[in-house]
Write a protein that binds this ligand. Sequence first.
Ligand code: PLP
Length: 445
Amino acid sequence: MNAPDIKTPLPGPKARAIIARDAASVSPSYTRGYPLVIARGEGAVVEDVDGNRFIDCAAGIAVVSTGHSHPEVVQAIVDQAHKYLHISGTDFYYELQVMLAEEMGRIAPIDGPARSFFGNSGTEAIEASVKLARHYTGRQYLIAFFGAFHGRTMGSLALTASKVLQRRAFGPLVPGVYHAPYADCYRCPVGLKPDTCGAECLDFIDEQIFGHLVSPDEVAAIVVEPIQGEGGYVVPPNHFLQKLRELATRHGIVLIADEVQSGMGRSGRMFACEHSGIKPDIVAVAKGIASGMPLGVSTARRDVMSWPPGTHASTFGGNPVCCAAAMATIRLLKERLIANAEEVGAHVLDGLRGMTDQHPLIGDVRGRGLMIGVELVRDRETKERATGERDRVVDAMFRRGVLVLGAGKNTVRLSPPLVLSKQQADIVLQVLDAALTEVEARSSS
Ligand SMILES: Cc1ncc(COP(=O)(O)O)c(C=O)c1O
């Protein structure tokens, strides 16, 4: 099934009834952009409770890397579920967790041998990474970037600087975090042009943060997304990450790469750091690692991850069923899906760039692999953000049978399962084209 198939008004009657029950009983803090109620999924296709079919370019927020319910992942889950569901790696041993830690040691872009800590989510992988960096260095302070999203628990939230709403009314947050400008080359924070850029935005850390706020020898870690996710799918130049690695090394600061969204093949490499060749000291992973089963991993240089028993643990972290799903996922990524992400991603980027002339709303097209952002603007000169228009494009795509999410204030994010075919990608491009045409017509009338 490749083409979308919309049979009812959206939401259909069954979806509408479930959404009404949800409104009465589920936390209203979730951000549902449109009314999709899933009944089942297969590969890059989702069917809703009314029988409508969609091509999925959201993947459950960049999670179902091998597609919905990949048979080999499901089989691994079922096989493990028949053996045992839980024992807790905090107090006991099981080989699956060791196998996954060994595999992470092989695939993570870490210099030398590595160890892994297991949690259940992205935010836990960040919490573990930051606690480890503080424990290892004996230092307190942390540096993150504007636009970053690292999670919503109190420690991660102090690093997150994406939308004010995510932080508002939750203070005081964990103290000791400073933010620096990220290399958003479409909107260069220091007003330079990409062709002459020397990642001058990073001078802010040396000159402003270290010059006025904190001594570098008190900084435990710098936390960076190699490609910013929720902040708008922003791809920094390679030399930004290389210069950041040098800066961290120079001051004995631990470099934490948050690969929660950009990792596990999404960027066309196993980890997005690989595009720049940098080796962080700690890598945080979640989302795509287990194709939808909850798992977060913090993988670090073995000498860095040397905290003693009792310092950090999680009852459910590294659940055996999730580890089994992760092992199957990693095998599928290596066999075919990373290559597919690279190939189909390049095809989508070409298609999007070919569309730019017909669509004044398109300000910037960027991405790596199947982590692609289309930033919409009201005016290409002023780059005024087309936030309302972006929301309308997302909605228009839903009504035409393609699921996408927004990212940042005005970017459409394409983060499909890595099984997306070129044929499906072409349909996505046609649907985006039609949605842009519709929204542009409405904006000019
Ligand atoms: C880069 C990044 N880090 C951390 C997180 C937090 O992950 P979780 O929602 O699993 O806690 C996210 C979630 O979107 C993310 O994109």
